[in-house]
Design a protein around this ligand. Structure first.
Ligand SMILES: *Cc1c(COP(=O)(O)O)cnc(C)c1O
Length: 374
């Protein structure tokens, strides 16, 4: 009698895990509860978090939480179905109207998450026989969307606009250049004007993912396809794409992750709606997150921060893990970021700043990080 399927699968998984462990790449969950803005509890200890994407402190804003509760009580806990079937709660349109206005685009469509927005949108606009040029450091879901499309994929060295001209050459029915606005792991910014000019010259469309720019970094963005998330600065959950009315209507019919996935729960939409109002009414929140990032980069002696994300490169995955543990011992939560999230040999601390942080804590963190870098 052979091994059971479950046993052979477990043996395979154990072997893979042992290899990951050896390379310092095994990932594990740690129960961590949030306690107000920027504070978490882990293992009974209170830590100040410098690694979440809640840039404006809205994830714990009582106005946003109350809107979530109110929406759930008014509309129920779940959407019940995909939006095209019976799940199009009117809160979707409310959020989409606000998003379109904030993105200064004619229309927007909300998706289940930023991940779903990207993997649905790319294959809806290009397919087999077409060309995608995508930045090397673009988020995993953008690369996944590119592969799902079946188009030819060429990888652009990070932010290398001149090279985009070369890569966009060739005769293809459709061409798409995919990048982020603010890069999630490096905090740097794409040369949008130069990339857009390359697209103009080669008959391509530019698509940007603004997951880490929205609400924090103001950019002139000429891209006709602009995706993003409601799970970072907006403090909640969900994704979106903004563009022309025609593009949004096409996605509504053709983006599989929209058509075949259940709509967002009303509570999530209610939270997003109020969070977007606060983002517009209180722009000083984004400015405060940026000021913290600039102060930190200056104190540690790094390149001046261009966004609320400051990478502290350490190279080796084990070294990054040790640095993270040392900071945790001092009361700071800064998770180590390792491959494959970042390229091999580029493990780091990814320090993120929020309007919810106090300047004194930013200064204490800078001191602790400076010590580690010595
Ligand atoms: C976080 C992130 C996403 C995924 O968004 P979710 O709403 O969390 O699914 C997509 N793109 C980038 C650049 C991100 O950082």
């Amino acid at each position: 009698m052979g091994q059971s399927q479950s046993d052979s699968l477990a043996a395979f998984a154990a072997e893979r895990l042992a290899r990951l462990e050896k390379e310092g790449l095994r990932r594990e969950l740690h129960a961590t509860s949030r306690h107000g803005a920027a504070a978490v509890k882990r293992g009974g200890r209170r830590l100040i978090s410098f690694c979440d994407n809640d840039y404006l402190g809205l994830a714990s804003d009582p106005r946003v939480a109350r809107a979530a509760a109110d929406a759930a009580l008014a509309h129920g806990a779940g959407a019940g179905a995909a939006r095209l079937v019976t799940g199009d709660c009117p809160l979707n349109a409310e959020v989409e109207t606000k998003l379109a206005a904030m993105k200064q685009m004619p229309a927007a469509r909300v998706f289940g998450s930023g991940y779903l927005a990207n993997i649905g949108t790319i294959p809806a606009v290009v397919g087999p026989g077409d060309l995608i040029v995508i930045d090397h450091l673009a988020h995993s879901c953008l690369h996944t969307g590119a592969r799902l499309s079946g188009a030819e994929v060429r990888v652009l060295p990070h932010n290398y606009a001149e090279q985009a001209h070369k890569l966009l050459e060739g005769d293809f029915p459709r061409k798409l250049l995919v990048t982020e606005t603010v890069f999630s792991m490096d905090g740097d910014i794409a040369p949008l004007a130069a990339l857009s000019a390359a697209c103009d010259e080669h008959g391509a469309w530019l698509m940007t993912d603004d997951a880490h720019g929205f609400g924090v970094v103001k950019l002139d963005n000429p891209a006709p396809i602009q995706s993003g998330t409601l799970s970072k600065a907006a403090g909640g959950y969900g994704g979106y794409v903004a563009g022309s009315r025609e593009l949004i209507d096409l996605l509504t019919s053709r983006a599989r992750s929209f058509v075949y996935a259940t709509g967002l729960p009303p509570a999530v939409l209610g939270a997003a709606s109020v969070a977007l109002d606060i983002m517009q009414a209180e722009p000083e929140r984004g400015a405060r997150a940026m000021a913290h990032a600039r102060l930190f980069s200056e104190l540690v002696g790094l390149h001046a921060a261009k966004s609320a994300i400051v990478p502290v490169l350490l190279g080796d995955a084990h070294r990054a893990m040790r640095a993270s543990a040392a900071l945790e011992a001092k009361g700071f939560l800064v998770t180590a970021i390792r491959p494959p999230t970042v390229p091999d040999g580029m493990a780091r601390l990814r320090v993120t700043f929020s309007a919810a942080h106090e300047e004194a804590d930013v200064r204490r963190l800078a001191e602790a990080v400076s010590e580690i870098r010595k």
